[in-house]
Design a protein around this ligand. Structure first.
Ligand SMILES: CC(C)[C@H](C(=O)O)[C@@H](O)C(=O)O
Ligand code: SF4
Length: 477
């Protein structure tokens, strides 16, 4: 039977629409719901007041991550340590009460599998290809890396999904980001997505679901794909997607929540059919040449403010748009940078290796490769490595990576969002810079007055060693 060629997005969307209304809005079935402590308390409270239950507790998974301190979680006698900040403690307490009350699986702060929701979902095989996945969190886009249609929702929608396992949605437009060629040595998934956002801007994907296509993604690890899709939201997109393939199936097989036996075989057969059909059309398309990409850093306070490490801080007047010129002037003042200053000479006082963008095992291996046998520079006052989950932590320790970090003078922490955003004790002091593997360099993101430079784990490690933004290719050939 011949049918219209469809994109990956259209296939997942079509498979989940329950009903479409005259105004074009559709009621869409949600396969997986991840819940964290920050955006769920009011949603559960509303259910409680309305006397409602959770429609599919078995498709819902709760993990605290944002507010947890990343220092030891137990005292010497093994008792769990309380959270000092009252608001954070209250949000955690709410999740710990709501999960059992509503019958939802919960991975608590001292559980070996705890971590950042977007690391935990794929790692547990809870996030699956072809699934619709939501979470009250903008970086839910990450899960597109395994071929799921995954996006962030607000707290009222969290309540709606808890109660009904559905959402009312407008269909998105589709955008193809085709990357040609291979990434040069020393250039990672993080450099690629920073480069893409630099090219298309933070509004480049607005209203669209972006599908990343081309040989670079076929060759990319699952970790790298999660990194790329994670930052789709910083390009304004509703979600990011990469077609699921054998690399993804091998990664997911046998994970705790993944289907088994016949169910697994049936699932894989369906997943194999999801790739965009030849001839399917996208509403928008952009082509990027991977060979042109260099290790990339941000210099401003928007994720689109990127430049190759060999470049200099741009002059505000070099931007055509008057609004952007003003924004760049303000950015540079906040960042304490002068136009024309060489990026590779910008001093760094803090280093953060972590966040749902770059805290998986491959990220830690890349950082350790640079740090092995080296020490952090004198000028680097604070440098922390925060694994994305307890399982990543255990794997890193089994490989001796923790010792590499500690010997280099970095701190090895417990899993959580940490210094990615200033919602827990890990903060960058005012006026200081941080070489950070996270995804947002907004004003105050890592603490009031903190200055963030986004980069890859290897580049963060290089900055730790030299005390300034550095081309990692000068340290590891
Ligand atoms: C706290 C949460 C709602 C927020 C988000 O939605 O992304 C956070 O995870 C972030 O990265 O800014
Ligand atoms: S690690 Fe950062 S970006 Fe990711 S969910 Fe946590 S706060 Fe948001």
């Amino acid at each position: 039977m011949a049918s219209r060629p469809r994109t990956l997005y259209e296939k997942i969307w079509d498979a989940h629409v329950v009903e479409t209304r005259e105004d074009g809005t559709s009621l869409v079935y949600i396969d997986r719901h991840l819940v964290h402590e920050v955006t769920s308390p009011q949603a559960f409270e509303a259910l409680r007041i309305a006397g409602r239950t959770v429609r599919r507790p078995d498709l819902t998974l709760a993990v605290p991550d944002h507010n947890l301190p990343t220092t030891a979680r137990r005292d010497a006698s093994g008792n769990r340590l309380p959270i000092a900040d009252p608001e954070s403690a209250a949000q955690l307490a709410a999740l710990e009460r709501n999960a059992p009350e509503f019958g939802i699986a919960y991975i608590g702060p001292t559980d070996a599998a705890q971590g950042i929701v977007h690391v935990v979902g794929p790692e547990q095989g809870f996030s699956l290809p072809g699934a619709t996945i939501v979470c009250g969190d903008s970086h839910t886009a990450s899960h597109g890396g395994i071929g799921a249609l995954a996006f962030g929702i607000g707290t009222s929608e969290v309540e709606h999904v808890l109660a009904t396992q559905t959402l009312l949605l407008q269909p998105s437009k589709t955008m193809e980001v085709r990357v040609e060629g291979e990434l040069p040595a020393g250039v990672t998934a993080k450099d690629l997505i920073l480069h893409i956002i630099g090219r298309i801007g933070t509004a480049g994907g607005t209203g669209h679901v972006m599908e990343y296509r081309g040989p670079v993604f076929d060759a990319m690890s699952v970790e790298g794909r999660l990194t790329v899709c994670n930052m789709s939201i910083e390009a304004g997109a509703r979600a990011g997607l990469i077609a699921p393939d054998e690399t993804v199936f091998a990664y997911l097989e046998g994970r705790p929540f993944a289907p088994r036996g016949d169910a697994w075989d049936r699932a894989v057969a369906w997943w194999r059919s999801l790739g965009t059909d030849p001839g399917a059309r996208f509403d928008k398309s952009v082509v990027i040449d991977a060979r042109e990409i260099e290790p990339t850093v941000t210099w401003g306070t928007s994720p689109e403010d990127v430049a190759p490490i060999g470049a200099s801080v741009p002059h505000p007047d070099s931007f055509a748009d008057p609004g952007k010129r003003d924004a760049v002037r303000r950015s540079l003042a906040y960042m304490g940078l002068e136009p024309g200053q060489k990026l590779a000479e910008v001093p760094i006082e803090n280093v953060f290796i972590g966040s749902c963008t770059n805290s998986r095992i491959e990220d830690l291996r890349a950082a350790a490769q640079v740090l092995r046998g080296r020490r952090k520079a004198e000028g680097v006052k604070w440098a922390i490595v925060v694994p994305g989950s307890g399982l990543v932590k255990a794997q890193a320790e089994a490989e001796g990576l923790d010792q590499v970090f500690i010997e280099a003078g970095l701190e090895w922490r417990e899993p959580g969002c940490s210094a990615c955003l200033a919602m827990n004790p890990d903060k960058v002091p005012p006026g200081e810079r941080c070489a950070s593997t996270s995804n947002r360099n907004f004003v105050g993101r890592q603490g009031p007055g903190a200055r963030t430079h986004l980069l890859s784990p290897a580049m963060a490690a290089a900055a730790a060693v030299t005390g300034k933004l550095t081309d990692v290719r000068e340290l590891v050939g």
